[in-house]
Design a protein around this ligand. Structure first.
Ligand code: CMC
Length: 436
């Protein structure tokens, strides 16, 4: 039987090299180019990793052509329907759904790691009140590395799990407190009697002076959104986490690097950018078509935020689920707000016009997860600059699971891409006095 391989011929020398094709559980065969440099003395060039698998992974599978997203083999639609965020965290971290006993133990551990060291509170006051909460989050999560460093052995699976639990548990506290700090409101400590999403809403919105009851509809919607954001294989922030972690750096510092990468508007910052764009459209008084034309104009930096995806060339399955939640929430009397309703109406119109436009059709540009999530967050009373923070809260489990997978792999190597050098060739240094 013929071996699954590809033979490359260097046309300059006629030298051949046979490269093995690695077979994934699902998805395209992957050419193993590791021997290429040794055999032919050449590198591969793939900026932005358009066709390069940077690692193997058992965690998440996505098929961008078919619009499939699965965590550990379970379709995202089924998890959104039947699971909870915390159960999904267990699944992503451990590879299997937990038994009742395993779940209880996991929940207990997460709930008992939600507090922050009191000393960490002082970090907040170092920030300006108008700091973006993502800036605070990057700083505070990185600061955790100072609290958990010398005692941690990243080569010990138990220590890695402890770091993972701490990060999943503390992220909502850090996130909610970055909002409270900006508002000049007292920090609210976690309440272990509440579920993961309920607790986040409690820390965001409750006041010491009044009893706060978490709205179960909002808690449920938030839980589903967190599930949808929990992992997305080797995206920019996850790849950042893997690269930073590959040098065996402190896990808290590593996750801070992931948060920094997520912040960009081409990645997790898009949910905030979508609302800004929809507001601009509504306030401009200009027809929608003028924005569509701007998005198509290569000389204009304006893009339709919440549209397009590097991998999904079909509907983003997360967007489909989130679109329904968005409609359900706005249909509820208590969530109705004319401004939010108008944003949703504009979003719906924009979606319709773009999906019928040849520019978007020919480039397979569909609404992504961020197109609707912002409207839901607004409906929950979550301010604009907290949207990406919530993405980070949800994605934390993905980052720690991917980091843990990489660290557990004995074959793991420090990430060190090569380059196609295009600078000056070797030349001699000339002293400043002799330079004309
Ligand atoms: N509006 C207008 N044109 C677009 C858009 C858009 N939102 N997205 C892509 N295009 C065009 C792009 O100009 C290019 O056109 P051409 O072939 O004529 O040069 C073509 O579509 C392919 O785009 P690309 O930039 O090569 O695609 P990419 O895979 O490098 O970028 C993306 C993917 C998500 C960065 C991009 O679609 C984008 O900037 N979208 C808006 C930001 C956004 O919504 N980001 C959230 C992504 S989902 C959340 C997450 O997982 O992070």
């Amino acid at each position: 039987m013929k071996k699954d391989s590809v033979t490359l011929i260097d046309n300059r020398t006629g030298k051949q090299v046979e490269l093995d094709l690695l077979k994934p559980t699902c998805g395209p065969m992957t050419m193993d180019v590791r021997s290429l440099y040794k055999e032919l003395g050449i590198f591969t060039y793939d900026p932005g990793f358009m066709a390069t698998a940077s690692c193997w992974s058992d965690i998440t599978y996505l098929d961008g052509e078919k619009g499939i997203l699965e965590y550990r083999g379970y379709p995202i639609e089924q998890l959104a329907e039947g699971s909870t965020y915390l159960e999904t965290c267990y699944l992503l971290l451990h590879g299997e759904l937990p038994s009742k006993e395993e779940y209880d133990e996991f929940e207990h551990s997460i709930k008992h790691h939600t507090m922050l060291h009191e000393q960490l509170l002082r970090f907040y006051s170092g920030f300006r009140r108008d700091s973006h909460p993502m800036a605070i989050m990057v700083g505070v999560v990185a600061a955790l590395s100072a609290f958990y460093h010398d005692d941690e052995d990243i080569h010990d699976p138990q220590d890695r799990l402890a770091a993972a639990h701490r990060l999943i548990a503390k992220m909502p506290t850090i996130a909610a407190w970055s909002y409270r700090y900006a508002q000049g409101m007292p920090f609210v400590y976690p309440d272990n009697s509440l579920g993961f999403s309920e607790n986040f809403l409690h820390m965001m919105f409750s006041m010491p002076t009044e009893k706060y009851t978490v709205d179960p509809l909002l808690a449920k919607a938030l839980d589903v959104i967190l599930i949808l954001h929990a992992d997305h294989e080797q995206n920019a922030s996850t790849s950042t986490v893997r690269l930073a972690g590959s040098s065996q750096a402190n896990p808290f510092a590593v996750i801070a690097s992931g948060i920094a990468s997520l912040w960009g508007p081409a990645h997790g910052g898009a949910n905030e950018a979508v609302i800004k764009m929809l507001t601009e459209i509504n306030e401009s008084g200009k027809p929608l078509s003028s924005f569509i034309e701007r998005a198509k104009d290569k000389n204009d930096r304006f893009r339709l935020m919440g549209f397009g995806h590097r991998v999904y060339k079909n509907h983003d399955p997360r967007a489909k689920i989130i679109r329904e939640i968005c409609h359900e929430m706005l249909a509820q009397d208590k969530c109705q707000n004319p401004v939010h309703q108008k944003l949703l109406d504009t979003a719906m119109e924009l979606e319709k016009v773009a999906l019928e436009d040849d520019y978007f059709k020919s480039r397979n540009l569909y609404p992504n997860v961020d197109f609707y999530s912002g409207i839901i967050f607004l409906g929950m009373g979550i301010p604009l600059n907290m949207f990406t923070v919530l993405f980070a809260v949800g994605r934390t489990v993905g980052w720690v699971s991917q980091w843990n997978e990489m660290m557990a792999d004995p074959q793991s190597k420090i990430g060190r891409p090569r380059q196609l050098y295009t600078g000056a060739p070797t030349r001699d240094y000339v002293g400043i006095k002799k330079r004309s």
